[in-house]
Ligand binder design. Structure first.
Ligand code: GDP
Length: 445
């Protein structure tokens, strides 16, 4: 298949140390010949692959001195011939070099086109491409780890092995149909049943990691609630360790919603302090409105803050309002002396920082799961979860059938399970899904 030469700036816009302009296609070296003058003796046409050559890079109406490297197909990111120019990292410089390559016949690449070519050329699976985009967009280290694991084909490996098992089961069923006189059906039935049961168990184990995985990917939303002056902003500050919220002595002066985020064991937690309840007469009522409107809908967990030295009916009213939700009840201001509150989960002092770390632990335990190892493998893509749910359903149906009907009746369900698994790796993904995934990429990747 012939591939036109595409070109794009691979690095982010703006002033930087270095910018990389990448070309991929049938003959990027031919373009490089016309715009790169090597400082050494080796002409561009004779460049050794994977070696950096210094020289002059022609841009539109200026030049830069940088490096040129050639990656020979199929040992390149896209699986095609690739040339990279490493210039000084100015926007104008990179754009000028790109424009020059385009004037010499390269076509500006669309979003994700390099990765798409890598997928088409069999260099990576669809799940791996998704891992790559996840890594690039990561806001926490656990998210990077999860993206990296996907990118490095961990999930594809697991899923492909399941598919291989199902293929073997299908072959066995076919063999039975072709040679019924051998009377092997019962032996086959046991083997097929075993394969289906094992695969189902593996699918379920993966499905079971999704809750933690989606927390890793999307982060956790935390709402801080409580009557005014209990120390919500102070607790937010203590958690974030800087003065993001404005702490004040005067009840009701707290601003609207103050937000910040922090990483707990690699997972990003987004915390909103929901004050903004100013009318003291209708405070509880308006708090109810506020809570039901945003926080309760959006929060995965609530921190309910109580002033341990000033527990009133108002606290109990708030407690009632949020009962049944995922609430961590934090009694604050322990530095003021012996305080207690029925149903308290933690006693802290936002002022001295006492026990604030345990708030972080509690947040993690309540949402991601206390013992969760965020360096492990998770299912974190909604799309993979949906595909595995479909596989689970088909496997269940197949297993039911295999128990009491002729084996070949289960074939359709087994094929469907196989196909659902293939959507993850991309073997059976529709053009539409592929389109959707690569549209999430930026130009240059
Ligand atoms: P909010 O209205 O719930 O956000 O409360 P603030 O964070 O604005 O705090 C109200 C007041 O309580 C401020 O004067 C804080 O300095 C004080 N405060 C907050 N946390 C503590 C604490 O742990 N101990 C003591 N002694 N005072 C606190």
């Amino acid at each position: 298949m012939t591939r036109d030469n595409i070109a794009a700036i691979a690095t982010a816009a703006g002033a930087a140390g270095v910018a990389v302009i990448r070309l991929s296609g049938d003959s990027p070296l031919k373009i490089a010949e016309k715009m790169f003058r090597p400082a050494g003796r080796t002409p561009v046409a004779e460049f050794e692959p994977y070696r950096m050559y210094p020289g002059e890079i022609a841009a539109e109406d200026f030049s830069d001195f940088g490096l040129c490297v050639y990656f020979r197909a199929p040992r390149s990111f896209t699986g095609e011939d690739v040339v990279e120019f490493h210039t000084h990292g100015g926007q104008k410089i990179a754009q000028g070099v790109l424009n020059k390559a385009v004037s010499l016949g390269a076509r500006p690449a669309g979003p994700g086109e390099f990765t798409r070519r890598a997928f088409i050329n069999g260099k990576l699976s669809l799940a791996s491409a998704e891992g790559l985009i996840d890594m690039i967009n990561s806001r926490s280290s656990a998210e990077v780890r999860a993206g990296y694991s996907l990118y490095r084909e961990r999930l594809t490996g697991l899923v492909s092995a399941m598919q291989d098992g199902l293929s073997a089961a299908l072959a066995q069923i076919d063999a039975d149909m072709d040679f019924p006189e051998e009377g092997l059906e019962e032996t086959s039935r046991a083997a097929v049943k075993e394969t289906l049961a094992v695969t189902l168990k593996e699918v379920r184990a993966l499905l079971g990691t999704f809750k933690a995985g989606s927390r890793v990917k999307n982060g956790v939303k935390v709402g801080i609630v409580g009557k005014p002056n209990t120390g919500k902003s102070s607790l937010l500050n203590a958690l974030l360790q800087y003065d993001k919220a404005i702490v004040s002595d005067c009840p009701g002066t707290t601003r609207d919603v103050v937000e910040g985020s922090l990483e707990i064991r690699g997972v990003r937690f987004y915390i909103s302090d929901t004050a903004g309840i100013r009318d003291s007469a209708d405070r509880i009522e308006s708090m109810g409105v506020e809570l039901s409107k945003r926080v309760l809908k959006e929060s995965d967990v609530l921190l309910f803050v109580i002033d341990g030295a000033d527990v009133t009916e108002e606290d109990k009213a708030v407690q009632k309002l949020i009962s049944g939700m995922n609430v961590i009840t934090v009694v604050n201001k322990t530095d003021k002396g012996g305080v207690s509150f029925a149903g308290a989960d933690l006693y802290v002092s936002a002022l001295t920082g006492e026990n604030v770390e345990s708030v972080k632990e509690a947040l993690f335990a309540r949402t991601v799961g206390a013992g969760t190892d965020t360096s492990g493998d998770f299912l974190c893509e909604e799309r993979h979860y949906a595909a595995l749910l479909r596989a689970e359903k088909s496997l269940n149906a197949a297993l039911e059938t295999v128990r009491s009907f002729p084996l070949d009746i289960a074939e359709t369900d087994i094929r469907e399970a196989w196909s659902a698994l293939g959507e993850i790796t991309g073997k059976t993904a529709s053009e539409e899904i592929i389109e959707q995934i690569f549209s999430r990429f930026c130009v240059g990747k």
